[in-house]
Design a protein around this ligand. Structure first.
Ligand code: GLY
Length: 364
């Protein structure tokens, strides 16, 4: 069923809109206007949803191909991209044709990379089906695949022509995945839109209930934050002053290190939640953040069932992991920190004693 659809604009070189609402997937067809062929890249478990989209696109007059790829991170491999290129080649995809990424963040990252590289770039429509994909991965034009050496090491920026967030898709997400996505929502609350935190605190149950007005507002507000931040710093160069797009990595320096230490067998959102708690403690110890706001991190994250503690005895590995983080410059660790609600700054090369003291604060 199609309900009301909210639109948010991202101001890229070619501006595009993010459409949010139940049943919004019916808008994919209009975004492909002018194409003769459309390829829908989707993970194997979303076969049914991909077939429905294929039928709708075929009825709208497009020659439609579905390309099934492995689920989750397994999709982000050069062999999978090569498989997609070969399907596009055999189908005769031209510059005016369209690639659709239908799935979670891993699928939209892969689809973006395939669209960016086929014929040096064809139009891309992103249709994220996970909360994480809607509020983060599918918006902003980052694409990427993994290599044996690490995650997202190969990729480029390639803005979509539109992003369609069909809120009905959240109804079939496993609860742990929905909760994981809320870490990025809560992040948007701390870095830019405190109303998000008020909404979660007022009704944490509704925040994790698909179809609730609260979840819809949380998704819409988070996408608005992301759209604002990327519009001001499309290529993460920091141009325009302030923290720039790096702001979106709040909690990710420690979070990425947790994922690395856990050999990527740890949910991204859970790692980011622990990372936000860590960086709040670090900012407090560094005299940048008051105790109440540091404590609010733990409270809000725990209200929706996200972890805020980590195991002891992993400090050396975590530090090594943080040093290979993409934000590290010239060997100096950099953390996006808060100096107040929605008042971000950067903490560079903090005293090693503070780093270990913050770890001690979050050890279970
Ligand atoms: N996921 C962070 C960004 O898009 O910049």
């Amino acid at each position: 069923m199609t309900g009301s659809v909210t639109t948010i604009e991202v101001r890229a070189a070619a501006p595009y809109t993010v459409r949010i609402g139940p049943g919004a997937w019916t808008q994919v067809s209009a975004l492909a206007a002018g194409a003769r062929r459309v390829a829908v890249i989707h993970p194997e478990p979303l076969e049914g949803r991909a077939s429905a989209l294929r039928q709708a696109l075929t009825e709208a007059g497009y020659e439609t191909h579905t390309i099934a790829v492995p689920d989750a991170e397994q999709a982000k491999a050069v062999e999978v991209a090569a498989f997609c290129w070969s399907v596009l080649g055999r189908a005769g995809f031209t510059r005016s044709d369209v690639v659709v990424g239908l799935g979670g963040g891993a699928t939209t990252d892969l689809a973006g990379f395939v669209a960016a590289t086929w014929l040096r770039g064809v139009r891309l429509v992103q249709v994220p089906t996970s909360l994480l994909g809607m509020v983060d991965a599918a918006v902003g034009g980052k694409t990427g695949i993994n290599t044996a050496e690490g995650k997202n090491l190969v990729g480029c920026f390639h803005e979509p022509v539109g992003v369609v967030c069909d809120l009905d898709a959240l109804g079939s997400l496993p609860r742990a995945e929905l909760v994981g996505g809320l870490a990025e929502v809560v992040k948007c609350g701390f870095i830019a839109d405190p109303v998000i935190l008020d909404l979660v605190e007022a009704d944490p149950q509704a925040a994790v209930t698909p179809g609730s007005d609260v979840l819809r507002e949380l998704v819409t507000r988070s996408i608005a934050v992301k759209a604002r931040v990327v519009s001001a710093d499309l290529r993460e160069t920091g141009a325009g002053g302030g923290v720039g797009r790096e702001l979106l990595n709040y909690g990710h320096t420690f979070g990425h290190a947790v994922e690395l230490v856990e050999r990527y067998q740890f949910r991204h959102g859970a790692a980011v939640a622990i990372g936000m708690r860590y960086v709040a403690e670090l900012a407090h110890l560094a005299g940048r953040l008051d105790r109440d706001l540091a404590d609010r991190h733990r409270r809000v994250l725990e209200l929706v069932g996200l972890p805020t503690t980590y195991v002891p005895g992993r400090w050396d590995e975590l530090l090594t992991g943080m040093r290979v983080d993409k934000k590290t410059r010239g060997g100096d660790l950099r953390f996006v920190v808060l100096e107040g609600l929605a008042r971000p700054g950067v903490l560079t090369a903090p005293d090693p004693a503070l780093l270990t003291a913050a770890y001690a604060e979050i050890v279970r």
